[in-house]
Design a protein around this ligand. Structure first.
Ligand code: AMP
Length: 247
């Protein structure tokens, strides 16, 4: 495990000297099969794989779960290692954000919609830390999950807009056997909530089947999604949107 910026830079520099490709997998830890699928893919496609474990304070709102976010670095290191990581970079917050830190990167427009509307500042924090990680690690490729679809879209945009020399690789969603997308935050769910949470996947399946059978009116699909989710007492709808993937 490396927690200093120079340490990780040195490893990348010597990999580059050997003409090796470097893959970067940014995470907040609490690793599960979703993260491990990204690491395995990075391992297949690059000689050197750097996994970052950093619970980024700048992407949490004041009322969010920064303090109780699942942290277990020893476990994360052994899982990352088994999946093919060469280095786990786990810096402290004051290494990434030293005293006087005052530069932020934002993507206008895309960050205001969907999850951005209910989590002001969240994507600005995500983008800022990712740009820092890209600039520290200088990887050839970086791996992001389609589970966080808006985040993936935004990262692709920032890389394009700022000409950051890195390829953003999108990886499919890994799900629990019943269909719930794996997430470090699933541990917060009570047994009842965990059972009900699969309504999200069921709602997506419903939408897909409507689309496949020819429905093209988004309002109709949205109403059906709403009906599936409303059937679960503990589920509260934040938003349902059908949007253009690029914009
Ligand atoms: P996180 O630790 O939640 O910030 O996630 C780190 C990376 O893993 C992000 O690119 C996520 O999209 C990705 N990821 C998290 N859960 C999954 C999943 N179930 N399937 C695929 N990718 C995932």
């Amino acid at each position: 495990m490396i927690n200093g910026i120079d340490g990780v830079k040195n490893i990348v520099a010597s990999a580059k000297q050997r003409n090796e490709n470097v893959g970067l997998v940014p995470t907040m830890g609490g690793l599960h099969e979703g993260h491990l699928s990204l690491i395995r893919r990075a391992d297949n496609e690059n000689e050197k794989v750097i996994v970052t474990v950093f619970v980024n304070p700048k992407q949490f709102g004041p009322e969010e779960d920064l303090d109780r976010y699942p942290r277990d670095l020893d476990r994360d290191m052994s899982l990352a290692d088994e999946a093919g990581a060469d280095v786990v970079f786990a810096p402290d917050a004051n290494v990434i954000y030293p005293e006087g830190f005052s530069t932020y990167v934002n993507v206008e427009g895309l960050t205001d919609l969907l999850c951005g509307a209910s989590r002001p500042g969240h994507f600005r924090g995500v983008i800022t830390v990712c740009v820092k990680l890209f600039s520290i690690v200088r990887a050839d490729r970086t791996y992001f999950g389609e589970k966080d679809a808006q985040q993936l879209r935004i990262i692709k945009r920032v890389v394009r807009d700022l000409n950051i020399p890195i390829e953003v690789v999108a990886c499919p969603i890994i799900r629990e056997p019943d269909g719930l997308a794996m997430s470090s935050r699933n541990v917060y769910l009570s047994p009842e909530q965990r059972e009900g949470a699969v309504c999200l996947y069921n709602a997506l399946l419903k939408a897909e089947s409507l689309y496949d059978s020819g429905t093209r009116e988004s309002g109709t699909i949205i109403r059906e999604i709403e009906a599936v989710i409303s059937g679960v007492p503990e589920a509260e709808i934040d938003y349902i949107s059908i949007v253009d993937n690029d914009s």
